[in-house]
Design a protein around this ligand. Sequence first.
Ligand code: FAD
Ligand code: NAD
Length: 477
Amino acid sequence: MSNYEYDLIVIGGGAAGITSAFTAQGLGKKVAIVEENKLGGECTWSGCVPSKALIKASKVAHESQTADKYGIKTTVEIDDEEVLDYVNSVIQKVYQKENPEVFAEAGITVFKERAEFVDGQTLNVGTEEITADKIMIATGSKPFVPPIPGLDEVDYLTNESFFELSELPASMIVLGGGAIGVELAQALNRLGVEVTIVEMQDNILPREEPELVNILRDKLVAEGVNLLTGYKAEQVAQNDEQLIEVTAVDKAENERTVSAEKLLVAVGRKPNTETLNLDEIGVETKRQGIVVDQTLKTSVPNIYACGDIVGPYRFSHVSNYEGVTATLNAVLPLPIKRKVDYSNLLWVTYTDPELAHLGLTEAQAREEYGEQIKIYEYDYAELDRAETDSNGEGKAEFICDKKNKIIGVHILGARAGELIHESQVLKNLNQPLTKLNAMIHAYPTYSELNKQVGKEAQIKGLKEKFSWVDKLMWWRD
Ligand SMILES: Cc1cc2nc3c(=O)[nH]c(=O)nc-3n(C[C@H](O)[C@H](O)[C@H](O)COP(=O)(O)OP(=O)(O)OC[C@H]3O[C@@H](n4cnc5c(N)ncnc54)[C@H](O)[C@@H]3O)c2cc1C
Ligand SMILES: NC(=O)c1ccc[n+]([C@@H]2O[C@H](COP(=O)([O-])OP(=O)(O)OC[C@H]3O[C@@H](n4cnc5c(N)ncnc54)[C@H](O)[C@@H]3O)[C@@H](O)[C@H]2O)c1
């Protein structure tokens, strides 16, 4: 029997913290969770859930406006207040699955307070102190707001305030062409907002496969999104017409100024380490967040961490994965601990079409594996299902080693976020891409893309083999 009130206290009630608390509770542990704001965290209130609901509404608007190609005539009126009401209703539905009553029913104690370490085993929560054998830090991240002159003097938005808007502005500058910036820019543009993305790298989504990003970029531009890439924001001001002006500069010192009613800052994240008193108890931190080993243990042996606070992969599915791994390591008295393994990690950028990413990009693969890599490409336009749906935009790129084992997969196109999981299974099982050819895929589905690429790999392999046999025969003659 432990000397502490709880077996585990989790700090932070977002995706990582919730997973951790329920994992420990499922193992019969006495658990408390401390959340200073609302249970659900960023994913539910200002991240995945509201952004995907907004994206869905914007897609319905776009498809209605472009339904003519199917012979369907529509007149579309966008009521932005009702769209935002819809987004909020979705948040509320998700929150119903993770509100304090759900925790109480499971026997998990909830403290709606800010937690601060007193020592390695004790936390200050509001007016009381609580103790635990193990402590999980899952305090997430917040938007990084760069020190751009003038920014603090204007009423800028971040993802935290964006979803509190009750109406959409006529125009918006989106600072940052990463996942947040690009997803929201397309959605806003489709809902009638004049959008300009300012991105300091030469292209949007700099972590993604460049060829596919170029296709997506052209689509965004064709839809009416203004792109200012290769320009770093250096000055923000409010002009006489109450518009926010962003002045940005490229590498050659050329200056461009864009203006809009609102400015959304989406230039990266900052870990929530400040309020915890970590220095005092010896938990090591770095710029990216809390320093952990491969078992997600911090520099203090009974304290673990998971989710955005750990980085570098800031996704809800990574938070869930780390939440389970860290909790099992923290609460189970096993001599061998689980190590995190991100080698089969994938993520999806929910633009339309979606952009899905598994493993290495082509450039990264060449750097790691040299010129022996094999590349298989497939255009969506070749799929019958894409034809029936008038959905032929997009392309897939599969990167394999010389034995056709998957190194990376990048898919831009309809349902890319679903299609890519087939490759993840193969990669995880260390099976070659050719296996996909042996599986009967339903016709007509987008998943046939996977089979077609498997077939291409198999045929290419056979041809390579036969040419070798041909050469051998010639030598023997
Ligand atoms: C616009 C947007 C869209 C996104 N879309 C996706 C997506 O589609 N798919 C995806 O996988 N990921 C997406 N993400 C990323 C995803 O939201 C995060 O990776 C995930 O929510 C991180 O979960 P977390 O539990 O680590 O942190 P959080 O959800 O931030 O939870 C941390 C919690 O800790 C609390 N806290 C902090 N300090 C204290 C303290 N001292 N005491 C008590 N409580 C404290 C905070 O209030 C917060 O609720 C998106 C992010 C954004 C911003
Ligand atoms: N679909 C998803 O899974 C999803 C969606 C949204 C967010 N997220 C998560 O949230 C995290 C944060 O997203 P984010 O978009 O804020 O960060 P990000 O790091 O992905 O992108 C920020 C972008 O801002 C640019 N930038 C930085 N400073 C600038 C400046 N002064 N001027 C112009 N451009 C500048 C950077 O070059 C970068 O491309 C991501 O890492 C991602 O993990 C995931």
